[in-house]
Design a protein around this ligand. Structure first.
Ligand SMILES: [Mn+2]
Length: 395
């Protein structure tokens, strides 16, 4: 017999699907939250059949279970832990641990891709095109590579995963991968996925108007409350507001929070780690406890949402030689303009600031991070220019 304890996200369930394809009736699969895994492992070690081969995929155990599993392995028990999270790298010290974050070609791995490789290499499974295609979609989704490759199928696979129950998803995929030459979505799935896409778009538009920004430690974070679509939301908000180091997404009901970043200079697994959580450089999470609640909820509750930049302007545009006008809630104005070829300057309420910037983006980031400024509408811009002319007696 085999037992698989895996994560309850797409990548974790991808491992369960592979296990069912490989072992059929011979495997029992359980999906866990990060917090639930240790409990399951304890149960298995205390009550489980000692002949069962235990796989732990896409998750890692705590120190106590790490030692117990090692004892189990030394006593002849069969256990294999496969993970791709940086925070689990120390499990490579064990014979039964296999942690790879990036393969030899520099490609980011996922638990599903590692498990597939493992099963094929150990001749527990026959490779096939359909399975390999499915595994690659899961990998691209989990590592967020789909976004750079614009791989819509990967994103839609994850959306489908959330639209149906885990059991239904498992059954459908096992059947499909067993019987098809290639991976595909059926007509009904395509239809509900289209509807889902529209719904996510509306959800994100609404959430964009609720985002607040706050300095947290050495970073400036965007903070938003949301129960669903964390990845899509974190990604869209991150791109919309590149001056924010990361987006913190709070799920109060679930007492959880997620961190997402689009930047390479921030590692959100480190940030989650400070609060007892973990994850990847670009996506991580932790529990909401007293400390995180105070910092992200209590201390930011009074803040007004970020104002969006004017989008339909013809004159007040970004990164132009004419300069761009910003304002904030204190009614301060900021005029960002190129002083010469590689220097951008700012007039703050009509007075030139000492600080200069090497690029437009650097200047805008500064204004948004320190003054919560937004690009004003054309009408405000035109009025500003007219006042300027009067003041300098040019008219
Ligand atoms: Mn994963």
């Amino acid at each position: 017999m085999y037992r698989v304890l895996s994560h309850n996200d797409l990548d974790g369930v991808g491992c369960g699907i592979l296990a069912k394809l490989a072992f059929g009736e011979q495997v029992k699969v359980r999906y866990n939250s990060i917090a639930g895994l240790n409990h399951e492992v304890e149960w298995f070690l205390e009550n489980g059949d000692k002949q069962t081969f235990l796989f732990i995929t896409d998750l890692s155990v705590n120190e106590e279970n790490e030692n117990r599993l090692d004892d189990f392995h030394r006593a002849g028990g069969k256990v294999q832990l496969l993970d791709h999270h940086k925070t689990a790298l120390h499990f490579n010290d064990y014979e039964w641990g296999h942690i790879v974050v990036e393969d030899e070609e520099g490609k980011l791995t996922s638990a599903t891709s590692l498990f597939y490789e493992y099963l094929v290499k150990n001749e527990m499974m026959e490779p096939s095109n359909a399975i390999a295609e499915f595994v690659e979609l899961v990998r691209q989704y989990d590592t967020w590579e789909w976004e750079r490759n614009d791989n819509q199928a990967a994103q839609r696979l994850n959306a489908l995963f959330f639209l149906v129950s885990i059991d239904e998803f498992e059954d459908k995929m096992v059947e499909r991968l067993k019987n098809s030459d290639h991976f595909f979505f059926d007509e009904f799935e395509e239809k509900i996925l289209d509807m889902e896409e529209d719904k996510i778009e509306r959800y994100i538009r609404r959430k964009r108007r609720e985002l607040v920004q706050a300095p947290i430690g050495e970073h400036v974070a965007g903070i938003v409350y949301a129960e669903s679509y964390h990845s899509e939301l974190g990604n869209e908000l991150g791109k919309e507001y590149p001056h924010l180091d990361y987006i913190a997404i709070l799920n109060i009901g679930g007492k959880r929070m997620g961190f997402r970043t689009i930047h390479d200079h921030v590692d959100v697994s480190e940030i989650a780690g400070q609060y007892g959580g973990g994850g990847h450089a670009k996506a991580s999470g932790c529990s909401l406890n007293e400390e995180t609640y105070r910092q992200f909820v209590t201390e930011t509750f009074h803040l007004e949402p970020l104002r969006e930049d004017a989008k339909r302007n013809r004159y007040n545009l970004k990164d132009t030689s004419f300069g761009s006008l910003y304002e904030n809630r204190m009614e301060e104005t900021f005029f960002l303009y190129p002083e010469d070829e590689n220097r951008w300057a700012v007039e703050h309420n009509g007075v030139k600031m000492e600080q200069t910037f090497t690029t437009f983006q650097e200047g805008e980031n500064y204004l948004k991070r320190n003054y919560s400024a937004w690009l004003v509408r054309d009408e405000v811009f035109v009025q500003y220019l007219m006042d300027y002319m009067v003041k300098t007696k040019r008219v």
